[in-house]
Each structure stands twice: as structure tokens, then as C-alpha cells.
Design a protein around this ligand. Structure first.
Ligand code: NAD
Length: 292
């Protein structure tokens, strides 16, 4: 007997992830505050609801792909911890801090609701083809319960430890790299362009050199080479994650000076209209600054 699934947050990641569960033969109930997302979900066989509460009432397993700590706190502490029922399982794919995972898990456990912090990496492309990397923290027994679902959305599914915040630690470290690399790509390609290099040729050489990275490949192939910055992963969400990484460091008394530089650069770009473009548009922002 397959559990009934609820999915909260049908955005750029949540929509394709939830649809892979539909295709896997699950009954999936969903809600998003944005009507367009609800319609897209319903068109592809999802059972759409008028509120998150209705979804929570219908589901045995509640998945979430929400923007960040504010929404996760509102939905889980504010609502699910009140209205949920014993033995439900929450799988939280949102990128938040380990502290938020701990707080939410604690609130839900008072109701006998299980919780896994399960942030993902791989972007919209891998969400669509079901090949995400999933970084899970939480009780092993909850992980085993979630595993058939996780296998439908991910190709590399890791149970890191029993600590519900463990996935967030790995994810925020991952996105710290992403913050560095994206800005490095933006500046390095600007420099190469100024030197008259053909950027396609540069990519073919550096892709087999130490300058190679997944982020260089992603940002170049999917965005910069097309001069198109439809997200993807927005600059706004990357700024959120860099702040979360900085806070995580600060809580350990650790000062990482580059986090401040990165945050300042991305925030400046956001103020100039880049917040809701893909982060790869930092290349275009550096061009703007160069030409100003
Ligand atoms: P998104 O903004 O496209 O999706 C979030 C969705 O949540 C939106 O559709 C929004 O309307 C909805 N929402 C907000 N509050 C809600 C509420 N109270 N109830 C129901 N729905 C609500 O963002 P995304 O890019 O899909 O990212 C989702 C999460 O995944 C974020 O935590 C992000 O950091 C993380 N993430 C994103 C990517 C990526 O490449 N886009 C990759 C890995 C992880």
C-alpha cells in the first residue's frame, strides 16, 4: 500500500520533483501560494488543493520545497505542528539552516510527527529528470520510510547521520562553493573576453584543465553562452544561502572573510535588478560594471 503524498511549494524545484512522484504511481496532493504553479501541477496529474492545511490533512508523507527559513518556520511550526497527526512523515527539501531543522523537528516530535532535513543539489535540470543529489539528516528509520520516494527524485541519495541538520550543513557548504565559483566564472570570463579570447574555445580548453568546474560548465553552457538568464537558481536564493553559511560559521565563532565579499557583490547585483535572474547573470553584472 503506497502512502498518500502531500507536496508544499510547487516552484522551480518542487513542481518537477512532485511530478516525478506522480509518475512513480503515487497519489500526490499539492499546494503553492502561486496560482500558476497550482495549475501546472494539476495539468500533469497532481491533485491540487486550496490550502496547505488541506494537503496536510490528506497526506501520510508531507514533502516541502519552500524558499527558505521564514516559509519553513511558518508552515511547519505555525501549522503542521498544530494540525498534523501522529506517524506522519515530513521530508523537507528546502534549503534552511541546521538550527531551523532542529527547531522544526522538535516542534513536530511533540505531535509524534517524523521529520527529515533533506536538501537537494543539481538544479532544475536534475529535478526534471529525477537525478538530484539528496542530502538527508534524521532518524535512520524515517530515512528508510522515505527511501522509495527519494529514489524517484534523486540519483545520489545520502543518509548522512541521525542529526536532522546534517543535510543542511553539507548543502550550505556546497552553496558556499557555488557562491565562489559563480563569481569566479563571471570575473574570469570577463578577463578572458577583454583579452580577445573566444569564450567557447576557452571553455573547451579549461573544461579539461584545473579551471574546470561543474558550475563553470553549468553557467557557461546553460546561461552565459545563450545570453539568457531565466532561472534556474536565483541570485536571491543564493544570497539567502550565503547568509545561512555565514551565520553557521558565526555560531562557531568562525570568521570567513570571503563570505562578506561574496554577499556584498551579490547584494549589489540584486539591487541593480539581478535578484530574480539566475545567479549566472553575475557575468552580465560584471559587464555592466565594466561598461559603467
Ligand atoms: P521557488 O521560489 O521557485 O519555489 C518555492 C515555491 O514555494 C514558490 O512557488 C512559492 O510560491 C512557494 N511558497 C512560498 N511560501 C509558500 C507557502 N506558505 N505554502 C506553499 N507554497 C509556498 O524556488 P526553487 O528554486 O524551487 O527553490 C526551492 C528550494 O530549493 C529553496 O530552498 C532553494 O534554496 C532550494 N534549491 C533550489 C535549487 C535551484 O536550482 N532552483 C537547487 C537546489 C535547492
Amino acid at each position: 500500500e503506497k502512502p498518500v503524498i502531500g507536496f508544499l511549494g510547487l516552484g522551480k524545484m518542487g513542481l518537477p520533483m512532485s511530478l516525478n512522484l506522480v509518475r512513480g504511481g503515487y497519489e500526490v496532493h499539492g499546494f503553492d501560494v502561486v496560482e500558476r504553479s497550482r495549475e501546472a501541477f494539476a495539468r500533469e496529474g497532481g491533485l491540487v488543493h486550496a490550502s496547505a492545511l488541506e494537503v496536510v490533512r490528506a497526506a501520510d508523507v508531507i514533502c516541502a520545497s519552500l524558499p527558505g527559513p521564514t516559509e519553513v518556520t511558518d508552515v511547519f511550526e505555525g501549522m503542521v505542528a498544530q494540525e498534523g497527526r501522529e506517524h506522519q512523515l515530513v521530508i523537507d527539501f528546502s534549503t534552511v539552516s541546521p538550527q531551523v531543522n532542529h527547531r522544526v523537528a522538535e516542534a513536530l516530535s511533540r505531535k509524534g510527527i517524523e521529520y527529515l532535513g533533506a536538501p537537494v543539489s543539481g538544479g532544475v535540470e536534475r529535478a526534471v529528470d529525477g537525478s538530484l543529489t539528496v542530502m538527508v539528516g534524521g532518524p535512520k528509520s524515517s530515512f528508510e520510510r522515505a527511501k522509495p520516494l527519494l529514489d524517484l527524485i534523486g540519483q545520489n541519495v545520502f543518509h548522512i547521520s541521525e542529526d536532522v541538520g546534517a543535510g543542511s550543513v553539507v548543502k550550505l557548504v556546497n552553496n558556499y562553493f557555488i557562491g565562489y565559483y559563480t563569481l569566479a566564472v563571471a570575473e574570469a570570463l570577463t578577463l578572458a573576453g577583454e583579452m580577445g579570447m573566444d569564450l567557447e574555445q576557452l571553455f573547451s580548453i579549461l573544461n579539461v584543465s584545473y579551471g574546470q568546474s561543474r558550475i563553470y560548465e553549468r553557467n557557461w553552457k546553460l546561461f552565459i553562452s545563450q545570453d539568457a538568464y531565466e532561472p534556474g537558481f536565483t541570485t536571491r536564493l543564493l544570497i539567502k544561502d550565503l547568509h545561512l553559511a555565514k551565520d553557521m560559521a558565526a555560531a562557531k565563532g568562525l570568521d570567513l572573510p570571503m563570505t562578506d565579499v561574496l554577499i556584498q557583490m551579490y547584494e549589489r547585483a540584486a539591487e541593480h535588478g539581478y535578484a530574480d535572474l539566475d545567479m549566472a547573470a553575475m557575468y552580465r553584472y560584471i559587464q555592466d560594471v565594466k561598461n559603467a
